[in-house]
Write a protein that binds this ligand. Structure first.
Ligand code: ADP
Length: 424
């Protein structure tokens, strides 16, 4: 099986979301956690998603890791590189979307790439270069309060202009062009490339638009976007005779030991999900200020959770309202507070696996990255879908684990109960 798509994701949950999209459209997909270890052997993979933790890393680090991932994917034979970021374009003025895409363009010797975070199924649309979350502009959505990447500008052309070397090289492919079909998009990209525009933000309001963009970009070596725009890519390879029919997702093994739900996301959807779950079952809340004060709460919580191994699920969360997060950040600093909670979640996951837990549901992109790093998970196969963008996954290494990694704003209010109900 030739490797067709080599993807680089800037966080773990977003990478899983992309892996699910490609799996849904008939590709056999492996996701690695972090840069692939040298001894990783790819078996039956038509797409590989390398999940980095580069979204909030210093830009130089994000660029270096992304280029290493790109080189590895090219060495494996990948025909097209996809740089995946969040459908809410999570980034700051320093990056990392612009700097990483610019470095990848140079490495691949390409003239132009596209930027399309739209995912209409999850309410993310791009209209005249402005990103909407449901009915609201991004800057008026709950993303303006994000603990690490507060999004206060919805104009992607302007935002990207601040992240790349020359703001004049960013332009828009508007919805009217996309609506006319793949040839119109190709023509516009060619015209932009002719004017030395290297970064094309592309409007998309519907799945049909995403499919059009995917088809129009069949000849590009590099695409960037959310998982939505990847939906049109498998069809390009099918048309070229390189991709046969679907192999489908892997089924979940029955693992003993109960399930830990670890929630470090403070996104609005996660707050509702945690509210539901904490009312329905055993739960405990982590206070970052107690962690910072050196209280032994990790050991206490691990002991409490371990005593319930085999008795269903436990919920451990630091999820809090924006005012509480702001108060914590005022005392500890934004990054230090984030790191402290992420480390705590990683440490808890490790202790619970040692205690015999084998199923983990993690809410939050950064949080999932920290938990995967602590558990030293190297690669995953994509299993059945829990909610749009969130599948169960199964680790390839021993001991086998079932993992559901949820990006903050994904899933209905009863997401956790739904995920638990799918376990065999
Ligand atoms: P999402 O997917 O919702 O963006 P992430 O896990 O990526 O979630 O990001 C949430 C960040 O907020 C993490 O760095 C996490 O450690 C931090 N965090 C979690 N709980 C709190 C809290 N109560 N106060 C401050 N920061 C927190």
């Amino acid at each position: 099986m030739p490797l067709l798509i080599g993807a680089i994701g800037d966080d773990v949950t977003g990478s899983t979301d992309l892996a699910l999209m490609l799996s849904r459209h008939g590709m056999s997909v492996v996701q690695t956690i972090g840069l692939p270890p040298p001894d990783l052997v790819l078996r039956n993979a038509q797409a590989v998603v390398v999940a980095l933790k580069s979204r909030t890393a210093p830009p130089t680090q994000a660029v270096a890791d992304s280029l290493s991932a790109c080189d590895w994917l090219l060495a494996q034979g990948a025909r097209q590189i996809f740089f995946k970021y969040c459908s809410t374009f999570d980034s700051t003025e320093k990056g990392n979307i612009g700097p990483v895409a610019e470095a990848l363009l140079e490495r691949l010797g390409e003239a132009i790439t596209v930027y399309c975070p739209a995912f209409p199924e999850n309410g993310r649309t791009v209209y005249r270069g402005h990103l909407f979350v449901g009915e609201d502009l991004l800057s008026e959505s709950s993303m303006r309060h994000h603990p690490l990447t507060p999004m206060t500008d919805s104009n992607l052309v302007r935002l990207l202009g601040k992240q790349v070397r020359n703001s004049q090289t960013v332009a828009l492919v508007d919805y009217a062009t996309v609506d006319r079909g793949p040839q119109a998009v190709r023509d516009r990209l060619q015209e932009l490339a002719g004017r030395k525009c290297r970064h094309a933000v592309v409007d998309a309001l519907t799945n049909r638009h995403l499919v059009v963009i995917g088809e129009a970009c069949a000849g590009l070596k590099l695409l960037t976007g959310g998982s939505g725009v990847a939906m049109g890519l498998p069809a390009n390879f099918r048309r070229a005779g390189l991709l046969a029919d679907s192999t489908g997702p892997v089924s979940l093994p029955k693992l003993t030991g109960g399930t830990a739900i670890l929630s470090g996301s403070c996104s609005a959807a996660t707050q509702r999900q945690v509210g539901r779950m904490s009312a329905a079952g055993p739960s405990v809340c982590i206070d970052p200020l107690e962690l910072a004060a050196g209280k032994p709460i990790i050991a206490d919580i691990a002991r409490w959770a371990a005593s319930r191994v085999g008795e269903g699920s436990v919920l451990i969360y630091s999820t809090a309202e924006p005012e509480q997060v702001a108060a914590v950040q005022a005392q500890l600093g934004r990054e230090a507070a984030g790191r402290l909670v992420e480390q705590a979640m990683g440490e808890l996951a490790l202790r619970l696996r040692q205690a015999g837990m084998r199923n983990f549901i993690v809410a939050g992109g950064e949080t999932s990255g920290a938990v995967m790093a602590a558990l030293q998970v190297r690669s995953l196969r994509i299993g059945p879908e829990i909610a749009p963008g969130v599948p169960w996954t199964v680790t390839e290494d021993e001991p086998q684990l079932c993992l559901a990694l949820k990006s903050g704003n994904f899933g209905d209010d009863d997401f956790f109960a739904k995920a638990l109900a799918m376990l065999p």
